[in-house]
Design a protein around this ligand. Structure first.
Ligand code: ZN
Length: 206
C-alpha cells in the first residue's frame, strides 16, 4: 500500500483529476474521443485492481454515460449512477468506499439538462403530482433541495435552476457528513457539474 499523501499533495492530485475530466470532455465534444479498447496487457492490469482518479455521482439517464462524456478508460472513473443523482445511505456507502479505500482525490456530482427526476420533483412540489411508491421515495429525496420560485419564473428556467440546485443539494449532503468533512481536510475536492445534452459539454459549477 502506498503512503497516504499530504493534503497539499492530494489536492494537487484533485486538480490534475479535474484537468483530465475537462480534457476528456473537450475530446468528446470535438469528436476526438479515443474510445477505450482493451489488449491483453490492460486486461491483466485491470484484473490486478483499480485505481480510479475520480469518483462521479451521476444520473441513470441513458444519455449521460460518464465514461463516454469524459472520454475515460476502464479503471479511471468510479461511478455511482442513480436517477436524479440523489444521495441515499447506499450511495454514501459507495462514495465512502471510493474515498477510504480507492482514495480518489476528486468527487464530482454530475446533473444534466432535461433530467426527468428533477422534472418529476418540480411537478410534485408545484403541482402536487404524486408518483408511484418507490419513485415517490426518490422524488422526496430531491424536494428539500429545490428552490422556491415566484410565478414570474418560466418553466424552462425553473428546470435549469432546479437541476443546478439539486447538484448543490447532493453535494451539501455529502459535505455535511463527518466523512465528507474529513475527506476535505485530507485534501479531497468536491465539485458539481451539469452536462448539457444538447451540446455534449460539461459545465462545472463554482
Ligand atoms: Zn436525470
Amino acid at each position: 500500500m502506498s503512503a497516504i499523501p499530504e493534503p497539499k499533495e492530494f489536492s494537487a492530485l484533485a486538480d490534475q483529476a479535474l484537468a483530465k475530466l475537462r480534457a476528456g470532455n473537450e475530446r468528446f465534444v470535438s469528436g476526438e474521443a479515443r474510445f477505450p479498447t482493451v489488449c491483453k496487457e490492460t486486461l491483466a492490469d485491470l484484473a490486478r485492481g483499480q485505481s480510479p482518479f475520480a469518483t462521479i455521482l451521476g444520473c441513470s439517464d441513458s444519455r449521460v454515460p460518464p465514461e463516454l462524456i469524459f472520454d475515460a478508460n476502464f479503471g479511471e472513473l468510479f461511478i455511482v449512477r442513480v436517477a436524479g443523482n440523489v444521495v441515499s445511505p447506499e450511495v454514501m456507502g459507495s462514495l465512502q468506499y471510493a474515498g477510504a479505500h480507492l482514495r480518489t482525490p476528486l468527487f464530482l456530482v454530475l446533473g444534466h439538462e432535461g433530467c426527468g427526476a428533477i422534472k418529476a420533483a418540480l411537478a410534485c412540489k408545484f403541482g402536487g403530482v404524486q408518483e408511484r411508491s418507490r419513485i415517490q421515495t426518490l422524488i422526496n429525496n430531491i424536494l428539500p433541495g429545490l428552490p422556491d420560485f415566484g410565478d414570474e419564473v418560466p418553466e424552462s428556467a425553473r428546470l435549469t435552476s432546479a437541476i443546478e440546485a439539486n447538484v448543490r443539494w447532493s453535494m451539501r449532503q455529502l459535505l455535511e457528513t463527518p466523512e465528507g468533512q474529513n475527506a476535505q481536510r485530507l485534501g479531497a475536492r468536491f465539485l458539481g457539474a451539469v452536462y448539457e445534452i444538447s451540446t455534449a459539454r460539461v459545465r462545472f459549477l463554482e
